[in-house]
Design a protein around this ligand. Structure first.
Ligand SMILES: *Cc1c(COP(=O)(O)O)cnc(C)c1O
Length: 374
């Protein structure tokens, strides 16, 4: 009884939240202009943002009904030819990965923990009834794409080469069923910072919309997870926040994550960090896992447990983590109309420096996280 009433309340509040927030924007025009791969000489390393600047080529492999993957190797960047009845564009068999290749201080190009991305994508494939891309093929594809486009990897300090593996059900279906054919692609784009404004971030807690539900697909990079939160994200941006934070969908009282990054709270004067546990509602971020390991190495205790929103808001410090955002300190979070400020960012900055130190080759890679490609 209580449950259905509370859900009805939630539905009303969601109705009230659906308002027109789409205002067009230049990002679409920018993307429309990016249909052709760019020559490396045309790139201006100082004006990169997180927009698409496709590198000239991509890796491609396909898998037919026999379940065997066939590599086509590196092919020019360009449009795919798919049937209007392709499973992915009708029913959403589509998963992706996000990783970065970095240029180190010695000039070599390295990938950061790519085996973790391979395993995460394979778990996502299983959840979506798709044949997993074997780890060997995934690594071959990622290395081949990065090697072929290494001239698009910015100099150290100017950004990185964002690498986007993608697996799509490209075979045709009419009724809902797994696709008879799949395509695995890896394309690349040089990028710099994700958020336009410099940190610290201003975030707002989303109270009407949910991102993920227990037993659902929120713990995987399933393409369909990322557009439902856009309504909350665009409203947040319109209201001058950088992003929205989602709560658990069952009780609305625990912090989970943002649309594409994990969240940490720092407590006890920097002696402890707390982050929500991964599972079907919190994505197992590789940056998150790396920061947990680095924090432990620095003698910080780490708790992975549900994080009540009120406890989060009264923490000393808070930050987000992800491949795209790296480590970004949070300056303030607005919840139920009230802004809670975080006055410290020293733990985030110190963990960010450790991570950057390893990725740039300035600090020794003691944990064996870097994989050279060039
Ligand atoms: C990709 C992603 C993250 C961050 O994962 P990383 O492996 O650190 O990039 C966090 N949350 C969501 C929902 C994501 O899609």
């Amino acid at each position: 009884m209580w449950r259905s009433e509370s859900l009805a309340w939630r539905d009303r509040s969601i109705e009230a939240s659906i308002e027109h927030v789409w205002q067009g924007g230049t990002a679409h025009k920018e993307r429309a202009m990016a249909r052709q791969g760019k020559e490396a000489e045309e790139l201006d390393w100082d004006s990169l943002g997180f927009g698409l600047t496709p590198a000239g080529s991509m890796f491609k492999a396909t898998c037919g009904e026999d379940g065997e993957w066939r590599s086509e190797g590196v092919v020019p960047w360009g449009a795919l030819q798919v049937s209007p009845a392709a499973q992915a564009i009708n029913y959403g068999q589509a998963i992706f990965e996000g990783m970065k290749a970095f240029r180190t201080v010695s000039g070599s190009v390295v990938l950061f923990r790519p085996g973790e991305n391979a395993r995460r994508m394979a778990r996502g494939a299983q959840r979506m009834s798709m044949p997993p891309v074997p780890e060997g093929l995934f690594l071959e594809g990622v290395k081949a794409a990065v090697k072929a486009n290494a001239d698009h990897c910015p100099p150290e300090g100017k950004g990185s080469l964002y690498v986007r593996p993608l697996q799509l059900g490209t075979g045709e279906v009419l009724g809902v069923a797994p696709a008879p054919e799949y395509t695995f692609l890896v394309y690349c784009s040089p990028v710099s910072g994700y958020f336009k404004q410099a940190s610290p971030l201003e975030l707002v807690v989303e109270e009407a919309f949910s991102r993920a539900a227990p037993g659902g697909t929120g713990g995987h990079k399933v393409a369909g997870n990322y557009s439902p939160p856009l309504l909350a994200q665009m409203r947040a941006r319109r209201d001058n926040y950088n992003d929205a934070i989602f709560l658990d969908c069952c009780t609305g009282s625990y912090i989970e994550e943002a649309n594409s990054c994990n969240i940490f709270a720092v407590q006890e004067g920097g002696a402890k960090v707390v982050t929500p546990p991964v599972g079907s509602t919190v994505l197992p971020g590789i940056t998150r896992d790396s920061l947990i390991q680095l924090a432990k190495k620095q003698g910080i205790s780490v708790e992975e447990r549900p994080l009540p929103v009120h406890e989060f808001l009264t923490s000393l410090e808070a930050f987000t983590s992800g491949t795209a955002v790296q480590v970004s300190p949070i300056g303030g979070v607005t919840y139920q109309g009230a802004r809670h400020a975080f006055h410290s960012s020293s733990t985030a900055l110190s963990l960010a420096a450790s991570l950057r130190g390893i990725q740039s080759g300035r600090e020794p890679d003691e944990l064996g996280w870097l994989v050279p490609v060039h």
